[in-house]
Write a protein that binds this ligand. Structure first.
Ligand SMILES: NC(=O)c1ccc[n+]([C@@H]2O[C@H](COP(=O)([O-])OP(=O)(O)OC[C@H]3O[C@@H](n4cnc5c(N)ncnc54)[C@H](O)[C@@H]3O)[C@@H](O)[C@H]2O)c1
Length: 349
């Protein structure tokens, strides 16, 4: 019996999210062969290669891209490095799955999409909620059975217990000297960091259900070190929606979605990401006057995302969500930032 071909994958960066999510996903994914890892920290590159069974390890990304026997690179590095490393990988002929947000700003994101186009390689953004099986079930109903969309709204509220959850779910502890961090460190503008780093998940999920967004309004309140951003959304198809992005809330993780349409509605409760559980969704199907809820045992969105990326490349079809989806997210996030700072209604350029 011939074995199915697997995608030869390398990791560029093996820090926190690689260890929490992507490395376990790569080991589990049936159509992925984890060939090589690269990290600026030699100790981390060597140890992580050993732990996860990668045959090659590197500390220099140029050597990694030139010499590793890989077809694709997963790039979970800090945000300021997304654009330069993604473009370098695409120019070296690799397909790329890069962490969110796609870039720091729209021109960088455009340059990444252009590099993918020019290289004839695939670029996927790792907004993994599109691979959550509960949300996929609900989105399929929205796209094929719900008819016209009236409102598509969502909320994403990070919990003050985020750090405790991370510690609880970490498979191993493997940090060492020599990690490459951006300068300056944590962003000087917390609002920008919240909008880019967290808001991208919210906006990408809303676009998954509602399609492209044409305009936004937004207002912010900042108290006791927390920030709440609330606003409205106008979708290109004429639907409207509201959003709330809060970091952090004095309660558990709180994320969800509410969609109303011509022939049904959707309610979704989205869990803390590292639980890797499918969202709890309830679809109201007016055609049958019934509520439906799927069971989603194969639920790790990071694993499903990677399997989807590999399947698209091996099968010769387009990845999802694509760099273009990430570019649209970036434009919406920039519009929200403009709305927060200046007020008023901002068109998504
Ligand atoms: N999708 C999610 O659920 C999720 C969750 C958390 C973070 N993220 C995103 O993941 C990305 C990475 O975040 P993190 O917290 O894992 O970062 P991190 O700093 O813990 O890890 C990044 C690693 O990349 C390495 N690196 C950076 N530049 C390099 C280079 N040129 N060559 C070799 N190695 C290099 C560093 O040494 C470090 O070990 C960020 O963009 C973040 O927004 C996504």
């Amino acid at each position: 019996m011939s074995e199915e071909r697997k995608l030869k994958l390398g990791f560029l960066g093996v820090g926190a999210i690689a260890q929490l999510a992507h490395l376990p996903a790569a080991v589990k994914a049936e159509n992925v062969d984890l060939v090589a890892v690269c990290d600026a920290s030699e100790e981390m590159a060597r140890e992580i290669a050993h732990i996860y069974g990668a045959r090659e390890w590197f500390t220099d990304h140029e050597r990694f891209l030139a010499e590793a026997d890989i077809e694709a690179a997963l790039i979970p590095v800090p945000d300021p490095f997304h654009a330069p490393l993604t473009i370098a990988a695409l120019e070296a002929g690799k397909h790329v799955l890069v962490e969110k947000p796609l870039a720091l700003d729209v021109p960088e994101a455009e340059a990444m999409c252009e590099a993918a186009e020019h290289a004839g390689r695939q670029l996927q953004i790792a907004t993994m909620k599109r691979w959550d099986p509960g949300l996929q079930y609900a989105q399929t109903f929205t796209a094929h059975e719900m008819g016209q969309r009236l409102t598509v709204s969502g909320w994403y509220c990070d919990t003050r217990y985020h750090g405790a959850y991370v510690s609880t779910h970490w498979p191993i502890r493997r940090f060492a000297e020599g990690r490459k961090r951006p300068e300056p460190g944590p962003p000087a503008h917390p609002l920008r960091w919240i909008i880019l780093g967290h808001g991208v998940h919210l906006i990408d999920t809303l676009c998954f259900f509602g399609g492209r967004i044409a305009a936004v309004t937004a207002a912010v309140s900042s108290k006791y070190g927390s920030h709440g951003i609330c606003g409205t959304l106008e979708y290109e198809d004429g639907a409207t929606g509201t959003f709330q992005l809060t970091c952090t809330v004095t309660m558990d993780w709180c994320e969800g979605l509410l969609v109303h349409g011509e022939r049904g509605s959707i309610e979704a409760k989205i869990g803390f990401p590292y639980w890797k559980a499918g969202s709890e969704v309830r679809v109201f199907d007016a055609a049958h006057e019934e509520y439906r809820t799927p069971v989603t045992p194969d639920s790790d969105p990071y694993e499903r995302q990677l399997e989807g990326f590999a399947a698209a490349i091996l099968g010769g079809y387009d990845v999802s969500p694509s760099g273009q989806d990430g570019l649209h997210d970036q434009r919406v996030l920039e519009a929200i930032e403009t709305a927060v700072r200046g007020g008023g209604r901002v068109d998504v350029a």
